[in-house]
Design a protein around this ligand. Structure first.
Ligand SMILES: *[C@@H]1O[C@H](CO)[C@@H](O)[C@H](O)[C@H]1NC(C)=O
Ligand SMILES: *[C@@H]1O[C@H](CO)[C@@H](O)[C@H](O)[C@H]1NC(C)=O
Ligand SMILES: *[C@@H]1O[C@H](CO)[C@@H](O)[C@H](O)[C@H]1NC(C)=O
Ligand SMILES: *[C@@H]1O[C@H](CO)[C@@H](O)[C@H](O)[C@H]1NC(C)=O
Ligand SMILES: *[C@@H]1O[C@H](CO)[C@@H](O)[C@H](O)[C@H]1NC(C)=O
Ligand SMILES: *[C@@H]1O[C@H](CO)[C@@H](O)[C@H](O)[C@H]1NC(C)=O
Ligand SMILES: *[C@@H]1O[C@H](CO)[C@@H](O)[C@H](O)[C@H]1NC(C)=O
Ligand SMILES: *[C@@H]1O[C@H](CO)[C@@H](O)[C@H](O)[C@H]1NC(C)=O
Ligand SMILES: *[C@@H]1O[C@H](CO)[C@@H](O)[C@H](O)[C@H]1NC(C)=O
Ligand SMILES: *[C@@H]1O[C@H](CO)[C@@H](O)[C@H](O)[C@H]1NC(C)=O
Ligand SMILES: *[C@@H]1O[C@H](CO)[C@@H](O)[C@H](O)[C@H]1NC(C)=O
Length: 830
């Protein structure tokens, strides 16, 4: 609706102008009529305009077609390599029915269609953006003598065909402009290669730089996001006459284009009639795996992993040393060469972008079983896959030689299944479990081992304590006693709930009411008789120390009130239970959204995520600086950020917070409390915590919110923090945009994203002194023009960190220092 109202006045003005200044119709030129510089043709629906333009400040004149809504979006240029120097250009149909562009010096021909017709011709600009020449004087009847869609420039429009036409022996391809002010053909081409299955490529001169992957009936194997464009319908057709890729729009008002720019980047965009700008739907260089053959022959790219490339199972790096230095170009070779006569088999790889098919054979109407058989019989066949996912499994494709340009996708259903031929020995080594499972098993084993290690150490420490140093406990207790004295006074204004009421509200702490688990116990949802919903935190009594946390939390939260902190409504002590009653947050916690499924991740668009980051920063500013007491949270993480009904973030779980005297900068903590993935290096390695350890956790959180990925421990040879390593690498490669959650598209305020990533990286610096204070963070986030310092390598870049950390736990235990409890929350297979 909105769109047509913006087009109409514009096209009325243009039409009037054309009517007044030229005798031709609005979208048609008849024989012996002409269009001179300054005049335009406008398609019947007012969607496209044909006329003369000068790109940038080049001063040269070109005849072109552009979108009426955006006259800088040129979709076609006639005389792209022969510009006019002045505005003398005239487009007309000459006496032989040829469409020609002439200008100064007089009678110079700058461009022509080279078609002739004995009965004359008519040219018309269609609403599809196609400029067509027909025989005769009727603008609608008859076949096209010539059409601009057969001679694309750098833009593909709905209805256009890209691919070879065998009848005319012409290739219909997109060729990028040389530069922004020069439309002459540049280095980059987008074309369909009909060999194997039809695959579109981007070429830099003759070198392939991007491959969309073979068409599987729904999408190109390498661009799963195509499935999610309800406004397009795409097809790939191959027959004796031609091979082509084409897309159609399903709603007539959709304005869309696929364009190759002068850096070789392919972009699909959609006109946003409300913002009056192009919305980028997809871009060929969104991640490093888009680069053709990034991992070399038989290598598989994974854009989510910190190490981009892996060899196919059963293959090893051709040059291990180069591979370890992340030089992937050499690719991989078979561990055991194939023995054609005996024992070869196939191994299924799921969720892949199928390898390059230029040397492949397509078997029409052959089912997968037959295909396997046929591949197995032919010694040179190394892999096979179904060619058709739409029409069932009719048709298959087989590969010979090296498998080039494969990648895996985060979601298995985004990719396709491919069966790789392997020698018997390799199949036996790989055994049953697939590689994915292998990784999870390693992760789980490592996780369990860590938990076990910590439990054993904890048990040992408590045992040592109990047996060896009873005095220390008394001393410790008396120290806490003084702190606790304050509680009784200040507890008075805190409502005390009665255990019976809470048991009733939570259905006696039924499992069905359980909504979460924190460091010190479970959280239940409750509803009082009056309908009020609350969250009840039931502290586990297993840990004798729980009471201390309980009192700290009660006292702290009662005093702390801020709109970005969860409010404590009251507490309950008695019957062997210690309970805290909080306001209930209907939208649960942030991790459910940013690490959730597609729908949930989409719910949080970029603006909302930025709001959440700012909200958390404000909450933390209050805790660190503005509240009466200086409070360090010590377990800041996505699971501890709750969202209210308007998705405002609220920091929860202060059970681990410590009160700081104003002048006390740092403390050797008695307890290690926190979550792996968010804990700062100095906290893990020496137990030192300060506000800067919270800043570290905040930095991790910011990067997680931006990327939608968890900060995980990776165990490929050495341990390191996956997300931090990734963010740092992309930042140094000037490709920070690739960190952004794919669900978000490219926000218009992209500089905000870059700013947040930079702030995130500054917060996770190895040395606490290099991290900003929360006050500085808030300023950096709020002031869009301030210049930020450049981050250095983030923490946990040293592979020895985890070893040192484990070592520290052991040391501190045997030297009977003040460590007495190690609590680790949520040790998952992170
Ligand atoms: C262009 O058309 C106008 C009017 O139709 C005519 O007067 C003029 O001579 C034409 N110019 C050329 C170069 O054909
Ligand atoms: C595009 O529109 C702007 C503003 O309306 C105008 O100044 C400019 O001349 C137009 N360019 C072309 C090529 O029509
Ligand atoms: C346009 O100007 C350039 C530079 O002055 C000159 O080389 C070229 O021949 C001119 N082209 C025409 C068609 O006059
Ligand atoms: C693109 O198409 C043009 C016109 O058919 C042809 O001359 C050119 O060689 C093609 N480019 C490539 C890279 O195939
Ligand atoms: C574009 O290329 C032309 C030559 O092809 C050159 O003269 C011009 O300076 C270039 N413009 C820019 C902005 O690079
Ligand atoms: C390669 O094969 C050797 C012996 O056949 C085996 O020890 C090794 O584990 C294999 N490596 C891989 C990566 O499969
Ligand atoms: C990468 O490795 C290949 C061999 O696998 C070698 O030829 C090339 O020089 C290496 N590149 C760099 C930048 O080291
Ligand atoms: C293949 O395996 C068979 C039996 O294991 C063996 O006799 C034969 O030599 C092998 N052939 C090759 C080429 O390795
Ligand atoms: C296709 O085969 C040719 C000739 O053997 C080879 O040079 C090329 O690398 C192969 N391409 C792919 C993608 O396998
Ligand atoms: C094996 O496959 C290749 C490529 O698909 C084909 O050229 C060759 O003729 C086949 N060999 C046999 C024995 O069928
Ligand atoms: C894919 O399926 C369609 C319809 O089911 C069929 O026409 C086409 O030939 C199949 N393609 C191949 C390569 O088998």
């Amino acid at each position: 609706m909105r769109k047509s109202s913006t087009i109409l006045p514009y096209c009325l003005v243009v039409s009037l102008f054309v009517l007044v200044s030229s005798s031709s119709g609005t979208d048609t030129i008849q024989q012996l009529q002409n269009i001179s510089d300054g005049q335009t043709l406008v398609s019947a629906g007012g969607i496209f305009v044909l006329g003369f333009f000068s790109p940038g400040d080049s001063g040269k004149r070109y005849l072109g077609i552009w979108f009426a809504v955006s006259n800088t979006t040129i979709v076609w240029v006639a005389n792209r390599d022969k510009p006019l120097n002045d505005s003398s250009g005239i487009l007309r149909i000459d006496t032989s029915g040829n469409l020609v562009l002439t200008g100064n010096p007089p009678n110079t021909i700058f461009w022509s269609t080279g078609q002739t017709s004995s009965v004359g011709a008519t040219a018309r600009l269609l609403d599809s953006g196609n400029f067509v020449l027909r025989e005769g004087s009727s603008p609608t009847a008859g076949d096209f003598l010539w059409q601009s869609f057969d001679h694309p420039t750098d833009t593909m429009l709905a209805g256009m065909k890209i691919g070879p036409d065998y009848r005319t022996e012409r290739d219909r391809n997109l060729t990028a402009w040389r530069n922004a002010t020069d439309p002459s053909p540049g280095r980059f081409t987008y074309k369909l290669d009909p060999r194997g299955m039809g695959q579109p490529f981007v070429l830099d001169n003759t070198r392939v730089i991007f491959r969309s992957g073979p068409w599987n009936g729904i999408q190109f194997s390498g661009t799963p996001s195509m499935k999610t464009y309800p406004r397009f319908r795409s097809t790939v057709v191959q027959n004796q006459d031609e091979a082509y890729y084409q897309f159609m729009v399903t709603q007539p008002a959709t304005l869309t284009r696929l364009m190759i720019d002068n850096s070789g980047k392919l972009t699909r965009s959609l006109w946003d009639g409300e913002k009056l700008d192009w919305l980028e739907l997809w871009r060929s260089d969104r991640d490093r795996c888009g680069e053709y053959a990034y991992c070399g022959p038989n290598g598989v790219c994974n854009s989510d992993a910190s190490l981009a490339c892996n060899c196919l199972p059963g293959f090893r790096a051709r040059n291990q040393e180069q591979w370890d230095f992340q030089n992937w170009s050499g690719g991989c070779v078979r561990n055991t060469s194939l023995n054609c006569t005996d024992g070869d088999g196939f191994r299924l790889e799921r969720g892949m972008k199928l390898p390059d098919t230029v040397n492949s054979t397509v078997h029409v109407e052959m089912n997968l079983d037959k295909c396997r058989e046929s591949c197995w019989r032919n010694c040179s066949c190394v892999a096979y896959a179904s060619a058709n996912t739409s029409g069932g499994e009719s048709g298959c494709i087989t590969w010979i030689g090296d498998l080039i340009d494969m990648r895996t996708f985060g979601e298995v259903e985004d990719g396709q299944n491919i069966y790789i031929r392997l020698a018997k020995a390799d199949l036996e080594i790989l055994g049953k479990p697939s590689k994915k499972k292998h990784e999870t098993i390693i992760a789980i084993t490592v996780g369990l081992a860590l938990v076990l290690l910590f439990l054993v150490l904890w048990g040992y420490c408590s045992w040592r304590k109990r047996n060896q140093n009873a005095e220390a406990i008394i001393e410790d207790g008396s120290r806490h006693q003084t702190v606790n004295n304050g509680l009784t006074d200040e507890n008075n204004d805190l409502p005390l709930f009665d255990l019976g009421t809470i048991a009733l509200a939570t259905n006696k702490f039924a499992d069905s009411h359980k909504i979460g688990k924190g460091g010190f116990g479970c959280v239940y949802k409750g509803q009082f008789a009056d309908g009020q919903e609350v969250a009840v935190k039931r502290l586990s009594l297993k840990y004798g120390e729980g009471i201390e946390e309980f009192k700290t939390e009660v006292r702290l939260i009662a005093k702390l009130q801020h709109r970005n902190l969860v409010r404590l409504l009251g507490c309950c002590i008695g019957g062997g239970e210690r309970l805290l009653v909080y306001e209930y947050m209907p939208n649960s916690s942030l991790d459910a959204f940013i690490f959730g499924d597609v729908q949930k991740r989409r719910l949080l668009d970029w603006e909302k995520r930025l709001d959440i980051i700012l909200g958390i920063a404000r909450g933390l500013l209050y805790l660190h600086q503005d509240s009466r007491l200086r409070v360090i949270h010590r377990d800041l993480k996505a699971a501890n950020i709750l969202l209210d009904e308007a998705m405002n973030p609220k920091i929860s779980d202060f059970g681990t917070a410590r009160i700081f005297e104003r002048n006390q900068m740092e403390d050797n903590t008695v307890k290690i409390v926190g979550t792996i993935g968010y804990m700062s290096p100095e906290y893990i390695m020496s137990g030192k915590f300060s506000e800067k350890s919270d800043i570290f956790s905040f930095g991790v959180l910011v990067l997680e919110i931006i990327s939608g990925r968890k900060n995980q421990w990776v165990s490929q040879k050495n341990f390191h923090m996956k997300l931090l390593a990734n963010a740092w690498r992309l930042c140094t490669e000037n490709q920070s945009d690739r960190l952004l959650d794919d669900m978000l598209g490219l926000p218009s305020q992209f500089s905000d994203v870059l700013r947040c990533i930079q702030v995130g990286l500054l917060c996770v610096q190895e040395s606490p002194d290099d991290r900003p204070t929360i006050q500085e963070v808030v300023l950096m986030l709020a002031n869009r023009t301030s210049v930020l310092p450049q981050p250095e390598k983030p923490g946990f870049f040293k592979p020895t960190t985890i070893v040192a950390a484990a070592q520290w736990f052991a040391d501190s235990c045997s030297s009977s220092s003040s460590v007495n409890v190690i609590t680790l929350t949520n040790v998952e297979g992170r």
